[in-house]
Structure formats: structure tokens, C-alpha cells
Design a protein around this ligand. Structure first.
Ligand SMILES: *Cc1c(COP(=O)(O)O)cnc(C)c1O
Length: 384
């Protein structure tokens, strides 16, 4: 199929997909098998062992590549397994420059696992490109960007950073979990690798854990495929099926996430008991002008600080929400609330956390696609 010609809303449904060859099944079957019959040794129909490749996973990998405007997709057992594969491109002595306020699990993987293997990490504020330039040296091999950042919703200029990365011959990877390709396609902005926790918006229904990488370059794809197969943290067929199914409604879900997100951001911003709201759609957001150019909308992720609140007050607020579920994760159809200091970002030391603005009273919302009135009424009673 000539995917590259399709528009986004068609690609989420048809990208990389064709009816199954055996019976014409429109949805790729769940090939729940570890191995494949061979007619003579080495003679098979393209699949020999499901760690190396599986038809359901291949269908998902093609769909992922299609929606991210890339050439090669790779599906992993989780988002962190996908990040782990990228980090395995590094050798001892290599240096990585990463966004300062990034997903807590990514931070933990960098600091607590890969640092032990002699990889050096710098965590910098990337709101200005100058933050990166200060750390660049001949050992820098990878720049790791998350935008919007989690949970502070900072916006990083992917194109500006990709220009620096290209000049220095450094790989640029972008964690596109928050924005999804509905809102931004980092490969088009010059990134080398796009990463997803498909557990979130791509899956979209809080029923699966899966990770993804998409690249354009054939050589880079080969290296990552080698690591995927050699390390073995692959996505299973059932999970691949669930994410494929989720992707088919990504555009309609994201549209509603954006609408509800905007309504809630504005509601909170006007609320007398709210101190500060972090959402890239506000004109006074420091990098709103970049978000406007780089993204097709502002998403449904919002963080806020209730006025005069401490750790315990914030916990009380999230506990009294009834429509929002208090839970880790984000990007599902249902609205979730979280308390970063005690949940997603508890693995980051308090001083480090607070340097990036993740104060004890910060609350993070993943706005779902329910009726907006119910969500606002819920926030209203919790803030009372
Ligand atoms: C959840 C998440 C991850 C990790 O993905 P898992 O699927 O949980 O392993 C990485 N980055 C971001 C931004 C996330 O939200």
C-alpha cells in the first residue's frame, strides 16, 4: 500500500496493513506461536522464531513506522525496553545528554543501570538550546529529548536541537509518548529515533504495556533490530494486536483529549484555589511559540499546583477525585490523576525533583475522553 501518500487519519487505520494472506482477515490475526514449520532447514515463509519476528508484531511495526513517517518500526515488551535498546547503542565512555525533567523510569534506567556500565549522563534544561551546547563534547553520542516533558509540560524545540545534533554527528532520540504522532512527528523535524511508551496514548485503553522505536535510517534500524533480537525484550503477539487496535482510533481519541484538555486547563487557570497550571496551550507558557509550530494541538496532559498546598493537601485532593482515577500511567480513554512526588517521580531524589519544578504539591492529570462537565464537576468538588 502506498502509505506515504495517505493522510494521517487514514494511515492510523491502513498504515502498513493489508488483509491477512491466509483467509483475508481484515484485522491481523494474533499469531500466538513461538515457532514456524520449515520445509527443509532454513526454508520457511519469512518467520522462524517469534523473538526474531512474529507476523502480528510485524504488522504493528509497519503501522508504527507509517504513522511516525518513518521506514522501520520495532516493538518492545515495554517503553523502557525500547529505551534500553537505544542505550545499548552506547559503549563505555560515551556520553548522553538528556532532558532534565523526564519520565522517572527513564531517569532510573539511565542513572541506576546504564551509569554502572560507564555511560555518562548529563541532565539539562533544554528549554533553550544553549543548555545542550554546554555539555556537548567529543564523547557525546546521544541526545535524549522528551517533549512535552513529564510532568512539567516544558516544550523543547526538536528542530533546533536536531540541527546541533547533526552538526556534531550525535544521534537525537525523542520520546514522543505525550504528544503522539497525531500532534508531532519528530522524524520530520530531524530526529533520528522516535520512542513510544505505547502503553499510553497509542494503546489508549490502559490494557497493555508495550514500547516502540521508529527510525528512517537503514543502518540504524539494523543495529536496533540486532539489539532487539539479541536482548530479547520483544512485544508479544496479543499485546501487539491490542496496540494495533488502539492505533486505529488514535486520531479521534486525541482530538477529544485535546478538547477536554483545553477546557480543563482553562478551568483550573481561572480557579481561585489554583496557584499555577502547566499546559503548553497557554500563551504565557514559556515555549508556547514553539509548541504552536511543532505540534498540531496541545494534548490532554496538565499539571497544576493547588494554592497554599503541601504534600498532604495534594494527596487529599487526588484521593477525593471520583471520576478521575488515582493511578500511575496516562493516555487512556479514562481520566487519571497522579501525584508525581510520591508516584511517577518518587525514584528521583527530592532536590533533583524540585530543581525541575516537581514540588510536593504538584498534581498531574491525564485528561480522558469522558463528558467534560463530569470532569469539571469532579475537579470542582475535589478542590473544595
Ligand atoms: C510510561 C512512559 C515511559 C515508560 O514506558 P513503559 O511502557 O511504562 O515501560 C517512558 N516515557 C514516558 C514519557 C512515559 O510516560
Amino acid at each position: 500500500m502506498a502509505d506515504k501518500k495517505l493522510r494521517f487519519n487514514s494511515k492510523v487505520i491502513h498504515g502498513g496493513q493489508e488483509p491477512d494472506k491466509a483467509y483475508g482477515a481484515v484485522m491481523p490475526p494474533i499469531y500466538q506461536t513461538s515457532t514456524y514449520a520449515q520445509s527443509s532447514p532454513g526454508s520457511h515463509k519469512g518467520y522462524e522464531y517469534s523473538r526474531s519476528a512474529n507476523p502480528t508484531r510485524s504488522a504493528l511495526e509497519k503501522a508504527l513506522a507509517s504513522i511516525e513517517n518513518g521506514n522501520h518500526g520495532l516493538a518492545f515488551a515495554s517503553g523502557l525496553a525500547a529505551i534500553d535498546a537505544v542505550l545499548k547503542l552506547m559503549v563505555p565512555g560515551d556520553e548522553v545528554i538528556s532532558t532534565a525533567d523526564l519520565y522517572g523510569g527513564s531517569y532510573r534506567l539511565f542513572k541506576r543501570v546504564f551509569e554502572n556500565y560507564g555511560i555518562v549522563f548529563h541532565f539539562v534544561d533544554m528549554a533553550e538550546t544553549s543548555g545542550i551546547l554546554k555539555c556537548l563534547n567529543k564523547n557525546t553520542k546521544l541526545i535524549w529529548v522528551e517533549t512535552p516533558t513529564n510532568p512539567m509540560m516544558n516544550i523543547i524545540d526538536i528542530k533546533a536541537i536536531s540541527e546541533e545534533a547533526k552538526r556534531e554527528n550525535v544521534l537525537l532520540a525523542v520520546d514522543n509518548t505525550f504528544a503522539t504522532p497525531y500532534l508531532q512527528t519528530p522524524l520530520d523535524l530531524g530526529a533520528d529515533i522516535v520512542m513510544h511508551s505505547a502503553t499510553k496514548y497509542l494503546g489508549g485503553h490502559s490494557d497493555v504495556v508495550l514500547g516502540a522505536l521508529v527510525v528512517n535510517d537503514q543502518e540504524l534500524a539494523k543495529k536496533l533490530y540486532f539489539i532487539q533480537n539479541a536482548s530479547g525484550a520483544v512485544a508479544g503477539p496479543m499485546d501487539s494486536f491490542l496496540v494495533l487496535r488502539g492505533i486505529k482510533t488514535l486520531h479521534v481519541r486525541m482530538q477529544r483529549h485535546c478538547e477536554n484538555g483545553e477546557a480543563i486547563a482553562k478551568y483550573l487557570n481561572d480557579h481561585p484555589k489554583v496557584e499555577q497550571v502547566y499546559w503548553p496551550g497557554f500563551e504565557n507558557h514559556p515555549n508556547h511559540h514553539i509548541a504552536k509550530v511543532q505540534m498540531n494541538g496541545f494534548g490532554g496532559m496538565i499539571s497544576f499546583i493547588p494554592k497554599g498546598s503541601n504534600y498532604t493537601d495534594a494527596i487529599k485532593i487526588v484521593e477525593s477525585l471520583k471520576v478521575f482515577t488515582l493511578a500511575e500511567s496516562l493516555g487512556g480513554v479514562e481520566s487519571l490523576a497522579g501525584h508525581p512526588a510520591s508516584m511517577t517521580h518518587a525514584s528521583i531524589p527530592k532536590e533533583e525533583r524540585e530543581k525541575s519544578g516537581i514540588v510536593d504539591a504538584l498534581i498531574r492529570l491525564s485528561v480522558g475522553i469522558e463528558d467534560i462537565e463530569d470532569l469539571i464537576e469532579d475537579l470542582s468538588q475535589a478542590l473544595e
